[in-house]
Structure formats: structure tokens, C-alpha cells
Design a protein around this ligand. Structure first.
Ligand SMILES: *Cc1c(COP(=O)(O)O)cnc(C)c1O
Length: 382
């Protein structure tokens, strides 16, 4: 039974990328099979969590690893872990019984972001800094963690300096690198650099179940993170439960992604982009290029530009028409210079096609639909 059909829900062509709202990624067949097999067998959950953590730590070259219910949960549990090593009985007290607790997290002002709640869930308070001098001065006996947003558009203080200064003060650093695979080597680069904890999404570039994430890093902190999580009942992370299917699915996805290469991912993206461009060749004023996101979504995206004096339709209206069509297609939200901060060279006359998450053959459908919609807006001159 296809329950998406049974529920009357539209299946979409994902020409956006690994966006949470579009269910992120699809699991490769290898991962789907591992999930289906795991679903058949009861296990002791803690035993599975621990074995998965040991296995992942080994293949991802770090001290310890925990499968979480997403990168957001990995950040919450990592924050809870830093509170737990700095305060007695923290797991029971987080997030409201915090009187007298050490609970300050230092962050660059430019690293405050859409996921602040992943940290504030634990009852911490942020201390914002902009310069190295302010950073040095911000440490006190209330500091529990120094937080870094890996894909921030602006980082006055770089990663190495961030880590070195925190470590001089004996404070652990957590890096949110949720969407920053590929390159695949990022899965060990940031722990090797010295971050005490690193968070990744399992359901983005790693292609595991959407509700999984990785918390990688120091053994004592990863253990503390797991003690703040399901199946431990009276903890901030009890609602961030990871089922056996997801734990196994993420392990299988990591195995799968380690069989891939950055070059093969890039080559496939370029091939799909070329196939779409082939459909657009006869349209007046259209120019196409591929561009790679600087850190997050570091894969080729197709950028389509045109002159509105020749093609009288706004990129947002192209996106809406494709969304409302059959099959329904979602373009990248940076289309038309949209709010999404992708770091791509996009303006109000650019269509952005995220070719990365297309399934085989869908590039032909996307190319044909773009040709149809742009073609019908061509201004005919005599
Ligand atoms: C996607 C994302 C998250 C959240 O990841 P989930 O796996 O959906 O919880 C956190 N931080 C950043 C920067 C992200 O891109």
C-alpha cells in the first residue's frame, strides 16, 4: 500500500535541495533496505545506541558518536552535555531549575541564527562577542560552552582561533555543521580540528532518515549527551527519541556515503544541470551557469538568468507555476533572490534549480517544464 497516495498527499519533484520542509533527502535503496530489516527485530535500545555509537566513532575517526533525532537535537544534547559536565545534577534541572547553575554560552553575534532554540531549550544564556578581545574577556566561571555556526555568512573569529581561545579557558566548543556534507571529509575534519562536539544532520547530504543526526566528539561529552536523552525519562532530550529503524538507518547511510566521492556527486549534478540547459537553448536571452554553495549545500546548483524584456515572467511566478503544475516541482527557495541565505550569486532575475536531490530522469521533466513555462512568456516581436 502506498500510504502517500492513500492519504491523497502530492509527491513532489525536489528541485530545491535538502530542505526540511520538502522532507530533505530520500534514502538510497541500500539504506531503505537496512531500515526495513531493522523494523522486524526487537532489540535492547541502549545496547543498539552504544554499538552504533562505537561503530560510527570508528568509521568517522572521532572519540565517540551518538545518533540523535536530527542536528537540532544534537545541538540541544551537546549543550545539555556541556551543562552537565559543568554543573552537579544538571540533567534533572535543565531547563528551568537553573538558579546558581553555570550556564553561559559564548557565541559570535553573527552566529546567532534560526536554530537558537536548539540551545536555549537547555536554559542557557548567550554571551555575544564580535572581536577576539571581547571573546577573551567573555570567559568567566559561568561559561559552559563556546558555540560555532559552521556555515555562517560572516565569522570575524575563525574556527581555529575560536577553538584555541576556548581551550585555553578550559571550555568545550560545539560546531553546528548540519548541512555541510559534502565534502564527505567534513565528517572528520572538524573533530580533527579540535571541536569538542560537532553536529550533522543525518537526513541531508548523508541521506539517512530525515529525523536523524550525528553528535560527534569527546567521549565524556557524548556520554553526557546520551544521559540527557531518550530512553532516560526525566531529561530535556526524552522527546528526541530515536527508534531502532532510525539508528540503523543512519549507520547504513554513513556506510553508504563513505562509498561515494565528492567528485562523483559533483559530476552527477553537472550532468543533470546540462540536461536541463539542453531544454532551454532556444529561449531568447537565457544564460545558464552552475554555482556551488560556499559551505552548506556545497554542490553545483543550476542558475538560470534571463532578460525580462524578452521573457515576461518573474522567477517567483515560474516557481509558483511549477509548484501548481503536474507533477508538482519545487525549485530552490533562493529563486528570485528569495530570503534563503544560500551564498549563491542570485538576484531577482535568477531561477535556482537544486539538482542534487532529483531522482533519476527527473531532470528531463524539470527541463521540459521550465522550457514550457519560460517559452510561453516569450515576447514575440515582429
Ligand atoms: C538543517 C539544519 C539544522 C537542523 O537539522 P535537523 O537535522 O533538521 O535537525 C541545524 N542547523 C543548520 C545550520 C541546518 O542547516
Amino acid at each position: 500500500m502506498d500510504y502517500i497516495d492513500k492519504l491523497g498527499v502530492s509527491k513532489i519533484i525536489n528541485a530545491a535541495g535538502t530542505y526540511t520542509l520538502f522532507s530533505s533527502s530520500t534514502m538510497p535503496a541500500y539504506v531503505q533496505a537496512a531500515v526495513a530489516e531493522a523494523a522486524k527485530h526487537p532489540v535492547r535500545l541502549l545496547e543498539l545506541q552504544e554499538a552504533a555509537g562505537r561503530y560510527l566513532a570508528e568509521v568517522l575517526r572521532c572519540e565517540a558518536a551518538l545518533v540523535t533525532s536530527g542536528a537540532s537535537a544534537a545541538i540541544t544534547l551537546g549543550t545539555a552535555a556541556c551543562l552537565s559536565v559543568a554543573n552537579r545534577d544538571a540533567a534533572r534541572r535543565i531547563p528551568v531549575d537553573t538558579d546558581g547553575m553555570r550556564r553561559e554560552v559564548i557565541v559570535q553575534a553573527s552566529h546567532r541564527y534560526d536554530y537558537d532554540h536548539s540551545l536555549t531549550n537547555c536554559g542557557i544564556c548567550f554571551v555575544e562577542v564580535e572581536t577576539v578581545e571581547e571573546y577573551e574577556r567573555a570567559f568567566s566561571d559561568r561559561t559552559v560552552m563556546a558555540f560555532y555556526f559552521n556555515a555562517a555568512a560572516r565569522s570575524p573569529i575563525g574556527r581555529e582561533a575560536w577553538i584555541a581561545i576556548a581551550h585555553r579557558h578550559g571550555v568545550p566548543c560545539l560546531n553546528d555543521a548540519a548541512a555541510d556534507v559534502p565534502p564527505i571529509s567534513n565528517l572528520w575534519k572538524y573533530t580533527a580540528m579540535g571541536f569538542d562536539l560537532v553536529a550533522f544532520s543525518g537526513g541531508k547530504g548523508v541521506r539517512g532518515p530525515q529525523n536523524t543526526g550525528l553528535l560527534l566528539g569527546r567521549r565524556d561529552l557524548v556520554r553526557a549527551a546520551s544521559e540527557n536523552s531518550s530512553p532516560h525519562d526525566d531529561t530535556v532530550g526524552r522527546g528526541m527519541k530515536v527508534a531502532k529503524e532510525q539508528i540503523v538507518g543512519l549507520v547504513a547511510a554513513v556506510d553508504w556515503v563513505l562509498t561515494q566521492s565528492d567528485e562523483s556527486i559533483e559530476t552527477e549534478c553537472i550532468r543533470r544541470a546540462d540536461a536541463i540547459v539542453e531544454h532551454l537553448k532556444a529561449l531568447p536571452s537565457v544564460t545558464c551557469e552552475t554555482a556551488v554553495g560556499p559551505i552548506a549545500n556545497h554542490v553545483p546548483h543550476l542558475l538560470i538568468r534571463y532578460d525580462r524584456a524578452h521573457i515576461a515572467i518573474a522567477p517567483e511566478d515560474v516557481a509558483r507555476t511549477l509548484r501548481e503544475g503536474q507533477p508538482s516541482i519545487e525549485l530552490n527557495p533562493a529563486t528570485g533572490g528569495g530570503v534563503e541565505n544560500t551564498g549563491l550569486p542570485v538576484d531577482e532575475n535568477t531561477i535556482v534549480v537544486g539538482v542534487w536531490m532529483l531522482r533519476d530522469g527527473e531532470e528531463q521533466i524539470v527541463g521540459a517544464r521550465l522550457q514550457e513555462v519560460l517559452g510561453s512568456a516569450v515576447i514575440r516581436r515582429r
